[in-house]
Design a protein around this ligand. Structure first.
Ligand SMILES: Nc1ncnc2c1ncn2[C@@H]1O[C@H](COP(=O)(O)OP(=O)(O)O)[C@@H](O)[C@H]1O
Ligand SMILES: [Mg+2]
Length: 396
């Protein structure tokens, strides 16, 4: 029903006065909606009436499904809804995830400032019905950008699950064909599909489109494809939420940036976030708080995904070698040897070599206060032994 948010807002305002006529008419409207098959809306009216009876304040408590309807309009998807496909290859252009798919999915752990920004965005989406009823615009398109493995995709999936919306997930690099005509057609099919249903459209690897620009021969055509995507995003805005994600923001030109109502940088986790990520992924294992602090120091420059990989390794190693009681540092040493990267730090190299110079560095770490007993926990040693090792390293 069009303008339903306004009806709800009117109703909410009027039931506050406890006028029995208003309640009567509201019940009539509810019945009419129910008959017309608009059960979500009917339920929303029931909720308003119930809450006004219970609390006497008439505070709007829309049900989850109805709430999401105002951030995304259209038909409801069912498990039988099949995603759009490429006409020639029949390859699906998107994956569909229902919110029960994400049950129990924990949100990524983010830096505090970022978390505040995300909370606020989510708040606007949850409160969309009220904001729109008051004539206030809400952000409908968001761009998440930042290094790989920082939790961008997970964040978007989690946001959708909180809103009770299914996700239409398309990887734009997979959508582009060497035939630009096909690419344009796929993009149209994708957006037509997303616009038809209540959903969150997630455009992952969004730079897949922009990257095409590298080929000078195709420049004109590619520009047209990029513009088609941008127009499709604009046209979709009144209908539903769109989140685009990229690891390569440098590839996006300013016109693309400006198109998004919200632009959120998901950077590498800071020390506080890293410590929490480590705690999450080592839960239930013999990684003491002191050892977790040492790992926090060690993982500077790591993404959330890198940290998860390291924690998985530590857990595997500790389980397989349970009899030998390896320390966290024993595990990490092996991990570093088996996963050499190009972002190695002096500290990580020292640990991997097995010399104790890293212990000095750890103690002067600014972001987290680390003391000798923390090193003792990480190495399954005692503070006095750590102290002796530090002294002998100094002399050497
Ligand atoms: N900040 C984080 N907190 C917790 N886990 C994270 C974080 N960042 C990444 N991860 C883990 O790494 C996985 C991959 O992250 P993903 O969302 O795909 O990153 P991106 O989309 O930024 O490349 C996540 O599913 C999660 O298990
Ligand atoms: Mg991703």
């Amino acid at each position: 029903m069009e303008n339903f948010p306004i009806v709800l807002a009117l109703l909410r305002a009027s039931v506050r006065d406890k006028s029995s006529t208003v309640v009567q008419h509201a019940e009539r409207l509810r019945e009419a909606l129910q008959k017309a098959g608009a059960s979500d809306e009917a339920q929303a009216i029931t909720d308003v009436l119930d809450s006004s009876r219970k609390s006497g304040t008439g505070k709007l408590v829309p049900s989850r499904v109805v709430r999401s309807r105002f951030v995304s309009s259209g038909e409801m998807m069912t498990p039988n809804t099949s995603p759009p496909v490429d006409k020639e290859t029949s390859a699906p252009l998107a994956e569909i995830f229902f919110s029960d798919h994400f049950e129990g999915l924990a949100p990524p752990i983010l830096n505090a400032r970022l978390e505040r920004a995300i909370d606020h965005l989510q708040e606007q989406w949850v409160g969309a019905a009220e904001l729109q009823a008051a004539g206030i615009k809400i952000p409908r398109t968001a761009l998440f950008f930042g290094p790989p493995g920082t939790g961008k995709t997970r964040l978007a999936l989690w946001a959708a699950s909180k809103l009770g919306l299914p996700v239409v997930l398309a990887r734009l690099d997979g959508l582009t064909s060497s035939y630009l005509g096909t690419t344009a057609r796929n993009i149209r099919a994708l957006f037509d599909f997303a616009n038809r249903y209540q959903c969150l459209l997630l455009l992952d690897e969004f730079d897949g489109i922009a990257k095409l620009r590298d080929d000078p021969q195709e420049l004109g055509e590619v520009k047209r494809v990029v513009n088609a995507v941008l127009q499709a995003i604009d046209a979709r805005a009144p209908l539903g939420l769109t989140i685009a994600i990229t690891n390569h923001e440098a590839l996006l030109d300013p016109a693309v940036w400006r198109r998004f109502d919200a632009r959120i940088e998901i950077g590498l986790p800071d020390a506080i976030a890293r410590q929490q990520i480590i705690e999450r992924y080592t839960e239930g294992f013999a990684v003491t708080p002191g050892a977790a602090k040492v790992l926090t120091w060690l993982t500077e420059g790591y993404s959330g995904s890198d940290i998860e990989t390291m924690c998985d390794f530590i857990k595997r190693h500790m389980t397989l070698r349970a009899g030998q009681k390896p320390s966290v540092i024993d595990s990490v040493q092996l991990f570093l040897d088996l996963s050499a990267t190009n972002n190695s730090s002096a500290a990580r190299e020292a640990i991997s070599r097995g010399d104790s110079s890293w212990m000095h560095q750890v103690l002067t770490y600014k972001d987290v206060k680390i003391v000798q007993s923390d090193i003792a926990e990480a190495t399954l040693s005692t503070q006095s032994k750590v102290s002796r090792r530090l002294k002998s390293a100094e002399r050497a």
